[in-house]
Design a protein around this ligand. Structure first.
Ligand code: SF4
Ligand code: ZN
Length: 269
């Protein structure tokens, strides 16, 4: 996942997974003088939640001596997530959820910020738990070809898309939490106020219950997808990415998902 001369942008939300990752990578980086790290925090604009996470992320970066870049939805897209959610409720939208909008906008914000700081990789703190939840969610949504694309190291498909890596993809969340406690890392434990809306919570509860009785199930799910991924990639012969006609960023459609969402939001203002 990592090269000797990489400039790695670590996506730091302020939670235990991303901060444990930042601390582990900071330790590794000391042995590789040509490599460098920069932390990126995306401020979605969630009142009473993100402000605390931002402070925690900043204090960890200061402690480790790591450059910290903060980008906000408001400055990039003109709307905070709180404003997006208000508009979604007004529209009574069932197809778009807060987390779906947040995910699309955050991916774009991270990519833009990583390019801005000259990173050639984005490292995220996704754990084994996140990965298995995402696998099941993609199946629940009938979006199985996504399983081919969401892998631990993404393909370099477009010069404007920074490659993503997930160094903790085989590490259970309990271990990243344990690492954070043992190393006395300060992290935000309060959940996002919109998290309860997500189907991901039901999937997480289900997987945790199965894992409790049959240890190793999460790892088996993860490895199963790794094994069949080459066959899925054969099925997922996508057309190459083009650039969005509105913002110029890489997309597989004429207009990228971010611009589609923002247009819908402006119409419903
Ligand atoms: Fe965004 Fe949903 Fe995560 Fe909250 S829980 S930060 S809304 S993706
Ligand atoms: Zn666009």
């Amino acid at each position: 996942m990592l090269g000797f001369e990489d400039r790695v942008a670590v996506a730091v939300s302020g939670g235990k997974d991303s901060l444990s990752l930042l601390h582990v990578l900071a330790k590794l980086e000391r042995s590789f003088p040509k490599a460098s790290l920069v932390a990126i925090t995306v401020d979605e604009g969630i009142r009473g939640y993100r402000d605390e996470a931002l402070k925690i992320a900043a204090s960890n970066c200061r402690e480790l001596g790591i450059e910290h870049e903060v980008v906000s939805f408001k400055e990039l897209f003109g709307l905070t997530l709180d404003e997006v959610v208000k508009r979604l409720h007004r529209k009574r939208s069932e197809s778009l959820t807060s987390c779906a909008c947040c995910g699309v906008l955050r991916r774009k914000a991270l990519n833009l910020a990583a390019r801005k700081v000259g990173a050639n990789k984005i490292a995220t703190g996704h754990t084994l738990d996140d990965e298995t939840q995402t696998i099941l969610l993609n199946i629940f949504h009938g979006d199985v070809l996504r399983l081919a694309r969401e892998k631990p190291v993404t393909d370099e498909v477009h010069p404007k898309l920074v490659q993503k890596i997930k160094p903790f993809c085989e590490i259970p969340e309990k271990e990243t939490a344990l690492y954070a406690y043992v190393r006395k890392i300060k992290f935000q434990s309060r959940p996002c106020p919109f998290a309860s809306e997500a189907l991901r919570n039901d999937v997480r509860a289900m997987l945790d219950k199965v894992e409790e009785n049959r240890a190793g199930v999460k790892y088996t799910i993860f490895r199963s997808i790794e094994r069949i991924r080459p066959a899925l990639e054969e099925l997922d012969k996508r057309e190459g990415l083009t650039e969005c006609s509105e913002c110029g960023e890489p997309t597989s459609e004429k207009v990228c998902r971010t611009c589609q969402i923002l247009k819908q939001m402006t119409r419903s203002a």
